[in-house]
Design a protein around this ligand. Structure first.
Ligand SMILES: Cc1cc2nc3c(=O)[nH]c(=O)nc-3n(C[C@H](O)[C@H](O)[C@H](O)COP(=O)(O)OP(=O)(O)OC[C@H]3O[C@@H](n4cnc5c(N)ncnc54)[C@H](O)[C@@H]3O)c2cc1C
Length: 340
């Protein structure tokens, strides 16, 4: 969503490449930054004064474990190519994640998800290389500590590991997941009653495209990092406070109808897009060369030549506006790379 130069840039096509590059950087005290497809980063304008390593390993392997098909995928495979590959072979479990940009190795980092599906449901294990000494480790699903748009790799172990391969357990001939009303509506409109995996893939891509969430050079709204904020997840005991703030700002009937999803874990998820729009940042809001998507208030768009400062400035304005009115602090989803 923004540009900045790297002092050094290279690609790692194998685990040995990666280990060698990281060892070289360590021996010269050069900082490193791991890049996948670059779809979830905001690059500071001054760039990164170190070595950027783009993961470029390829390969998809189909095996089985405990009677289930397991697909083991190199970190550099494009995510959506993997989804298409699985759908074409009748393997269910990732079809709702069609059209998400980026590479496979980044998918576990924030536990990518969409339309009620997330990779935490299918990842059985992943291999990762430790940045500090080049040793390998296999992480089980539970060791990845996945939660909503989160994993150990975004928190305690941030920057410590490079994911080199990911194994997904899928369902052969399994039913597709249709859990979201948007998706059901799209399938109904297409006259599809009992959807195949391919129908769901097509419907997901259509719904995403209508929201500017499929990277398309012809769609200026897709020049974004996707959702700029995660949906806030609050302890249930905070809800009366938030509802009072919404009622004070927008009236009791709006507070009543505010979208919210109570989880079994004593926490409630709110819609960041709803809060942003109700705080006055409509779709197509413009702040210089940055703005929100005309199709989705949650995406911050580079309208042409916007600097990282402009993008992050608008993000801060939105975050502060939402917090001032509703008392809810939004968390940014993309990762800021580079030297501020
Ligand atoms: C239009 C659009 C729509 C999107 N829609 C969705 C969506 O529906 N759901 C969703 O969850 N996300 C969505 N995203 C966000 C993004 O696609 C995902 O987060 C994706 O997984 C990022 O992949 P990437 O390869 O581009 O990662 P990058 O942007 O290159 O990197 C992101 C972070 O992961 C780290 N990283 C990358 N690869 C590795 C690796 N192999 N090992 C360790 N760390 C690594 C990087 O250092 C960086 O911190 C969207 C983005 C865009 C632009």
């Amino acid at each position: 969503v923004s540009e900045g130069p790297a002092a050094l840039y290279t690609e790692a096509r194998s685990v040995d490449d990666l280990r060698g590059l990281l060892a070289w950087a360590r021996s010269r005290s050069v900082r490193t930054c791991i890049l996948g497809g670059g779809s979830n980063v905001v690059v500071e304008d001054v760039g990164f004064d170190g070595l950027v390593v783009r993961i470029a390993s390829r390969g998809i392997d189909l095996g089985s474990y405990g009677g289930r098909p397991v697909v083991t995928v190199a970190a550099g495979e494009p995510w959506d190519d993997l989804v298409a590959w699985c759908v074409a072979r009748g393997l269910a479990g990732v079809e709702c994640l069609s059209g998400i940009p980026g590479l496979v190795g980044a998918a576990p980092i924030q536990n990518v998800g969409a339309y009620g599906q997330e990779v935490a449901e299918t990842i059985v294990a992943l291999d990762a290389l430790r940045v500090s000494d080049g040793t390998m480790r296999r992480f089980s699903n539970s060791e990845c500590r996945f939660s909503y748009r989160d994993s150990v790799f975004k928190r305690e172990a941030r920057g410590e590991w490079v994911v080199t391969a990911v194994a997904f357990a899928l369902r052969d001939g399994g039913e597709p997941a249709v859990r979201y009303p948007d998706l059901r509506r799209q399938l109904d409109e297409a006259g599809v009653d009992r959807p195949s995996l391919a129908d769901v893939r097509q419907a997901v891509i259509a719904v995403r495209a209508a929201k500017g969430m499929v990277v398309d050079p012809a769609d200026p709204d897709s020049r974004s990092a996707g959702s700029f904020f995660t949906n806030p997840v609050l302890p249930d005991e905070d809800m009366p406070f938030v509802l009072r703030r919404v009622e004070a700002a927008l009236g009791p009937s709006t507070a009543e109808s505010m979208p919210r999803w109570a989880g079994a874990d004593g926490r409630t998820k709110l819609s960041a897009a709803w809060l942003i729009e109700r705080a006055g940042f409509c779709r197509g809001f413009v702040r210089g060369r940055a703005g929100t998507s005309t199709k989705h208030a949650l995406a911050i768009v580079n309208r042409g030549g916007a600097t990282a400062r402009e993008i992050l400035g608008l993000a801060t304005e939105i975050r502060d506006g939402v917090e001032r009115i509703f008392g809810v602090r939004l968390e940014m989803e993309p990762v800021v790379v580079g030297d501020a």
